[in-house]
Design a protein around this ligand. Structure first.
Ligand SMILES: *Cc1c(COP(=O)(O)O)cnc(C)c1O
Length: 456
């Protein structure tokens, strides 16, 4: 497959160091086989996350210098608001320091006196904030999402029939919000179609429930729509983003993804009443309304990044990187959540190690092997990441055993992608020698960040 060339040249570089294989074996052992305990300078290619790991442009770095650090009324704040209004078409825009801050500020307002939030799939922090607001988060993704080998164009979609059934079952007065996550991160960065967004909106209207967009990957989702939904094949990315947000009453956004900054977030909404409440909560939790927990320089870089994120040549290159890596895995017969999503390749570790039981954590075993093989840091999205059952304390089996390789924006080259593919191929060749893991120390919740493991 042809690699789409970078629509930029490189002005500033950050040196990388490749340890020897012996050193890597030693480092991962010292880290108790937990990649979160590795030092970043012992990692050669860091695919732990695409969040906040973006490379900013020369224009954004110039914006950092131009940032207005005034406490109130800063020009950088006004630039963010004007740009976000223009792109997302919502009147009220509140900057915050990251995506979960947007959730913390907004969700309790929507969920007051309610019992449920329903989403195509809640991201972990969104799920957490729904629970903290005293409600139950319910996922309602289309069943295609669960079959990694089924190549459907919009595996991130809401299951609209089931959504309507759930609303009737729960009682419409008990559902505080319908959350549409674009792209659907937890299902593997899979896109959601405009057709599906329109149908979901119609149900929201029918039952009088607000619809919120979890908009971290607004631009990647729009690019997939342009490629895969015939109605939009001649539309610009900006037009598709506008069409997407037209159906939302409000949105939360982690700007650390498609807005190509290292820190930032946004809340957008149409209702003045909700905005007045958001401002109050923002002042308590984040900071005054015109900075929302960010420095002026962060706001300025964000205003520029929001526009760079919807540049079509950039998105073609960006999604092209995913498709290039995925095509190399196809050639080698390595299974992943396919077609590949917008920000990461989710390698199907259960298929890589067919004889390894789920409770020996195949996704984590592949993560460790990738570090040993080539200094690559991915992460487990599987039964290792899954916490124990809150009541019985038994191990729980996840729906998938993935090793996620998240690709930072504008950071790595084609040669790096080839190293990743070659490493996976080398591991596949010795797959029957790879051993599973057991946990020897773990926290009661979110254990995967700090657990200690032992090779079996
Ligand atoms: C990253 C992310 C969030 C949370 O944002 P943070 O900036 O990490 O706090 C929420 N929803 C989705 C879909 C995300 O990808």
């Amino acid at each position: 497959m042809k690699y789409i060339p970078e629509p930029f040249r490189i002005k500033s570089v950050e040196p990388l160091r490749m340890l020897t294989r012996e050193e890597r074996v030693q480092k991962i052992k010292e880290a108790n086989y937990n990649v979160f305990a590795l030092n970043s300078d012992d990692v050669y290619i860091d695919l732990l996350t695409d969040s906040g790991t973006n490379a900013m442009s020369n224009a954004q770095w110039a914006g950092v210098m131009n940032g207005d650090e005034s406490y109130a009324g800063a020009t950088s704040y006004r630039n963010v608001v004007a740009t976000a209004r223009d792109i997302f078409g919502m009147e009220y825009i509140q900057p915050v320091h990251q995506g979960r801050a947007a959730e913390k500020v907004l969700l309790p307002i929507l969920l007051e006196g309610k019992k449920y939030a329903i989403s195509n799939m809640h991201f972990d922090t969104t799920r957490g904030h729904v629970v903290l607001a005293g409600c139950i988060p319910v996922d309602c993704v289309v069943p295609e999402a669960l079959d990694t080998q089924l190549r459907a164009p919009f595996k991130g979609n809401m299951d609209v029939e089931r959504l309507e059934k759930l609303i009737n079952e729960f009682g419409k007065e008990n559902v505080g919000v319908i959350i549409m996550t674009v792209t659907n991160n937890s299902a593997g960065g899979q896109p959601v179609s405009i057709e599906n967004i329109r149908k979901t909106r119609a149900i929201a209207d029918k039952y009088g429930i607000p619809m919120m967009i979890d908009a971290a990957r607004y631009a990647e989702n729009a690019y997939f729509i342009k490629q895969r939904e015939p109605e939009f094949k001649n539309a610009t990315i900006k037009e598709i983003v506008a069409e997407t947000f037209k159906y939302g009453d409000m949105f939360t956004m982690s700007a650390k993804k498609d807005a190509i900054v290292n820190m930032g977030g946004l809340i957008g909404m149409r209702s003045k009443k909700i905005y007045d409440l958001v401002k109050q909560r923002c002042i308590s939790f984040e900071g005054f309304v015109t900075y929302g927990g960010l420095s002026g320089r962060d706001l300025e870089a964000l205003a520029i990044g929001l526009k760079e994120g919807i540049d079509e040549s950039y998105l073609q290159y960006r999604i092209g990187q995913m498709e290039y890596l995925a095509a190399r895995l196809d050639e080698a017969g390595i299974a992943y959540q396919s077609p590949v999503g917008g920000h990461a390749v989710f390698v199907d570790a259960a298929k890589m190690f067919p004889n390894m039981p789920w409770y020996e954590y195949p996704g984590q075993a592949l993560t460790v092997e990738l570090y040993i093989e080539a200094g690559i840091r991915g992460c487990d999205i599987g039964s290792y990441m899954m916490d124990r059952h809150p009541v019985t304390r038994e191990e729980q089996r996840a729906e998938f055993e993935f090793t996620r390789l998240a690709i930072p924006r504008r950071v790595y080259t084609q040669a790096h992608l080839d190293i990743i593919a070659d490493a996976l191929i080398a591991i596949k060749e010795r797959a029957n020698e790879v051993k599973g893991y057991k946990i020897i120390e773990e926290a009661p919740i979110l254990r995967h960040f700090t657990a200690k493991l032992e090779a079996l």
